[in-house]
Design a protein around this ligand. Structure first.
Ligand code: SF4
Length: 294
């Protein structure tokens, strides 16, 4: 049986870059504090903790002084940078460059909206670290909407600059923009609607669904590797299931079962944006080693 690993599965560029930066520091220092989990995958977290990475919450930042600290790919609000300065932390800022750019755009939009009496709106999860960092660029003044129908908080008679957390669903974001435009149209009859929609969903995420569906449908059996807590993993796995009913979800090689591959000529291994490549390789190796199943 031919076993193939999906070349486009695994860490996105921002997470990969943050982990490489962390590994470099750990190599030199032996210990590094990271504000929040650097990646939502238990196996990868255990590996990094094994070489000295310590995850801390924002509340614990107060207790750290003069130690190396990393800000992960999701980015941080300005208050975290102030705290790092105050506590003389040796800061490595691993904020993804795409998130950094988005933060800059939101900050500029906020300045402009303040002058024009307008609003900055972010489509995202209020508790998600990236959204906390984005909202932080607006002195906490931006509104966060979680669903396309969640429009009540917005004043339809004032200008709006609309942004999205980089990992949101594209269709839902477009739906939200269209709902908002329709609502604002009533207040600006005969004039152009002062709504600016910024396309800020990351291409590394939005392109992944069609790619993974194609990969899943081109193999007899599909094994998806992901963390049991990862929502991205569940969403992507469901897409695989839709196009290939012989799709299985595992958190590691120990969960792979020989009977799944009965009569199969090919098996594909893929994963979420939080799945490390080495874990997918271990799963592929396990499949190759399985005794034939009758
Ligand atoms: S913006 Fe894209 S590349 Fe950067 S961390 Fe988010 S998903 Fe990854």
């Amino acid at each position: 049986m031919v076993v193939t690993i999906d070349p486009s599965s695994g860490f996105c560029f921002g997470v990969k870059r943050a982990i490489e930066q962390a590994e470099k520091i750990l190599d030199k220092e032996g210990k590094l504090y990271c504000l929040g989990d650097i990646v939502h995958n238990k196996a990868e977290m255990e590996r990094l903790e094994g070489i000295g990475l310590v995850s801390v919450g924002r509340d614990n930042l107060d207790n750290l002084k003069d130690v190396p600290v990393l800000f992960r790919a999701h980015g941080e609000p300005p208050s975290s940078y102030l705290k790092a300065d105050e506590n003389r932390l040796l800061l490595t800022d691993a904020t993804c460059p795409i998130v950094k750019k988005l933060q800059d755009k939101i900050r500029k939009a906020w300045e402009e909206m303040k002058e024009r009496g307008g609003q900055v709106v972010i489509f995202g999860s209020p508790g998600h670290p990236e959204t906390i960092g984005l909202r932080g660029q607006t002195e906490g003044g931006a509104m966060v909407l979680q669903t396309p129908g969640d429009l009540e908080k917005i004043n339809p008679a004032a200008p709006v600059e609309l942004f999205s957390q980089t990992t949101m669903n594209t269709e839902e974001y477009m739906q939200l923009a269209s709902n908002l435009r329709n609502r604002m149209r009533d207040h600006f009859a005969g004039h152009s609607v002062p709504l600016k929609v910024h396309k800020t969903i990351c291409g590394q995420i939005s392109g992944r669904i069609p790619r993974i569906r194609k990969f899943a449908s081109s193999h007899d059996v599909l094994v998806f590797v992901g963390g049991s807590q990862s929502s991205n993993a569940r969403v992507l796995f469901n897409h695989c299931r839709e196009v290939n009913e012989r799709s299985w979800f595992v958190t590691g090689p120990h969960e792979v079962k020989a009977e799944w591959f009965s009569g199969a000529g090919s098996a594909g291994v893929c994963g979420a944006t939080s799945t490390p490549r080495w874990l997918m390789e271990q799963v592929a190796e396990r499949i190759r080693e399985l005794p034939p199943w009758k």
